[in-house]
Design a protein around this ligand. Structure first.
Ligand SMILES: [Zn+2]
Length: 119
């Protein structure tokens, strides 16, 4: 198998592109990106994520708390990879650099960081 090459960095773009595998563990990805795409299309900032085996309790900066299952194919996992959200949650105050970092993060099938599962 021939690995996919990383696309050329756009000229004049200071922002570094990041690549992750599509199959990275969901919780490892959440722990790294610290963003949560809600069903209503709001992108929340994750304040804390507490992993307990196959489930994790997430607390957002706007004080929402919920439990999610570890699934790469879940709605949230897909939306996070596809960057499907309408707007950033106004109450979470996600810093611009974080949104820009997320915008320059790409998911590839055969190329990119595998992200180790959190301990
Ligand atoms: Zn929020």
């Amino acid at each position: 198998m021939i690995p996919e090459k990383a696309p050329e960095k756009a000229a004049g773009t200071a922002e570094k592109k990041r690549f992750y595998r599509k199959r990275v563990p969901f919780f490892a990805l959440l722990n790294k990106i610290k963003l949560w795409p809600s069903r209503r299309g709001l992108l929340h900032g994750i304040q804390s994520i507490e992993i307990r085996g196959k489930t994790a309790t997430i607390v957002t900066h706007c004080r929402k708390s919920f439990t999610v299952a570890d699934s790469r194919n879940s709605r949230a996992a897909r939306w996070l990879r596809n960057k499907w959200y309408a707007e950033a949650c106004p109450q979470c105050h996600i810093p611009r650099w974080k949104l820009e970092k997320y915008a320059s993060t790409y998911f590839r099938k055969r190329w990119g960081s595998q992200l180790k599962a959190p301990p």
